[in-house]
Structures are given as C-alpha cells and as structure tokens.
Unconditional design. Sequence first.
Length: 441
Amino acid sequence: MEQINLFEKIDSQPLAARLRPNTLEDFVGQKHLLGKGKVLRNIIESDNVGSMIFWGPPGVGKTTLARIIANKTKAHFIDFSAVTSGIKEIKSVMEEAEKNRQFGEKTILFVDEIHRFNKAQQDAFLPYVEKGSIILIGATTENPSFEVNSALLSRCKVFVLNQLSTDDILEILQNALKSPSGYGNKKINISKELLNAIALFSNGDARNALTTLEMAILNGKVKNDGSILVDKNNIEQCTSKKTFLYDKKGEEHYNLISALHKSMRNSDPDAAIYWLARMLESGEDPLYVARRIIRFASEDIGLADSKALSIAVDAYQACHYLGMPECNVILTHAVTYMAMSPKSNSMEVAYNLAKEDALNMLDEPVPLVIRNAETSLMKNLGYGKGYIYAHDTKEKMANMQCLPDSLKNKVYYHPSEEGLEIRYKERLKQIKEIKAKLKSK
C-alpha cells in the first residue's frame, strides 16, 4: 500500500520535476560547459567541485546541475533556498558544516536564487567559504557582478548558462513523450509543428516548455483507444497565443522582425507598432525585440539622433525589469521614437567599408608615429617619433597620419544631411580644413 502511495505521489509531480535529469548524459544544452573535455564537466565528473555561481535565465538547468553534483559528489550536500531562509537558518547550517569539516567531511551548500539574499545574509557565508567549511554553489538569473557581494564573488567561479536553443527544447519535449517518467506509457498524438510552436513560445525555458506540453496533454481529446490528441486549439488555449504566427522553421519569426525593422526604417510608426504587437502577442521574447531595436538605433539612425541609442538601451533595461505584459508599452515607446527619428545609415556604411579593407589588409602596420614606445629599443626604432599630443595644440588636433600608408587619405565616414548629422558633416568639413592648413605650414 505504501508503494502505491509513493508511486502516486511521484506521478502527481509536475512533468518538469519528473523529467529532471540525474546525469550529465541526460542533460540537454550548455555544450560550451558540459561537452566532453569541457571544464565544468571535468570538475563534476572528478568530484573536484569548488565554490561557483551558475548565472543564466530561467529554465536552462541551473538547479538541475546542482542536483547532478549532489548525485556525483562524496560531500554532504545541502539544498538551501534564498526565498525561505534567513540569517538564523544560515548560521545553523554553517555550524553543521563546520562540525562536518572537523570530522573531515566536505559540505556543498547549494543556494537557489542567491541574488535574493541581502548583503548581511551573503556576508554570513563569507567566513565559512574562506576557511573551507562549505563549498558554495549559487544559482541566479541576475548579473552576479551586481547582485553578489564582491568579496564572496571573488571566491567563486562564475559559469554562464545560455538560453536553450529551439532544438534543445524540441529534444526535451520529445524525451518527455518517450520517457516512462513522462508520457512514454501513453499514446500522445501531437504534430511536430505544434511541438515546434511550444519550443518557440518557451523562449529557451525548458520548464516553461514542459509545463505547456503537460497542460496541453491534460486538456487534449481522449480517443476511444485511450490515446490523447493534442491539436492547435489546445496549444492556443494553454499559451494564450495564436500558433499560426510562427511556422515550424521559424520563417515567420524572421518575417515579422524584418517587417518591424523595415517599418521603422521607412518612418512608419503605425506599421511598426502593429508588427511589434504581432510579435509580442505571438509569444516573442521582448528582450529579443529590444536587442534588435538597439541595433536599429545605430544602423539606421546613428548620429542623425544619437539619443535614439540611449532610448533603445533604456528600453531593453526596462523590459528586463518589467517583463511581459507590462513592457509592451516600453517597446511601443521605443519603436515609435525610432520610426519618427531622422534616418542615416552612415555608421553601417562606414563600418562595412572599413571591414572590407581590414579583411583584405590584416597585416598593415600601425604607423610609427602613433605607436607607444614602451622600451628604449622601441624608442630607438622610431616608435612614437613625431607624435603630437592633440590637447597641447591650439586647434586640439594635429596633422598626423593615423591610417596605414596603403590606406592614406581613405574615407569611410560619409555623413548624411539628416537630423543632427548635418552638424557632424559641418564639423568634419571644419576638421579637414584645419588639418589642411596645418599641413601647409
């Protein structure tokens, strides 16, 4: 009777919990850290774990890696939550760890959401980490440079976990359909297109994807043969999104971002807002949209309105803090500003021209006049000879050649006459006139 209750208890766990990998072989994603011969894999397999921080977005495997370490290590492993624990609990655990150390036993303390601890709570760990009473493993979705005390951070190796790819999420979903811990003992009829839609909507979050799949299956149509059919309607209800907006290859994903970009470029705020809404309401990651707006601010506006870049970066940060749906108006603010701003692609053109020369002339020497003479030998060879410190001149510039000889007088930046860039065009003309006068002296 107890075995039946235990089975029922396990079976009632959420799908994501039932499918949590116990070994590195079952872990999906993070090949840059866990591929054969990679540093984190070696550390775990050799049970040579030191204090570390796992930093990455939700659902990429931070807690799972900690549990894999728990299964592999010979140390005493303590799972600790920053949400439910205070200084009293920290000190109690630290005292236990210190006793274990005196008996020659290591203690690994895993702290989920370590960024939720305040400075005083984090400081409570420090002396025990320093003297080796504990090996601290923290997990955070926030940048540890800002959220973890510098003294504690300096004693930890930070491993950055990346957002899972669509292929990674698809592999996890397919495993869920095959695994006995998932739906391997049931016949689930769901198309590859719908699995792909779930993967796209999850934004690289495995837990989100598995929860959506579970909800869709629980609400699927049970056939006479006991099989369960999951159709597009199920997915739309479980995600509150219209799945037809993205096809199985993600082509529509790129069509929509292209439409947004080109609407802003064409100074059409209404179209830009529409395509933005299409993307957000279909489940697109708002941070992806925000990153593309940042690129647009320099690629299509540039010096015509340098404030556009600041607004784009501010929008990204605001979206990071707020998330959906609150950040939709932030992105509307940003795309409207981009659409209404004067346009110039001079930054894009300038870089591409310079890139072509840089790739074709990778070994062009830096002119001696602008090299640093770090040693007496370098000085004797002419490094820095003739260099003029611009701030020491009346004009605040000198007629020095800063390009290689083969590119002398080459021009990459061609300012437009749009917006504020017309001022930079006048300034550039003025600079060239001053240098011409200096050259004639």
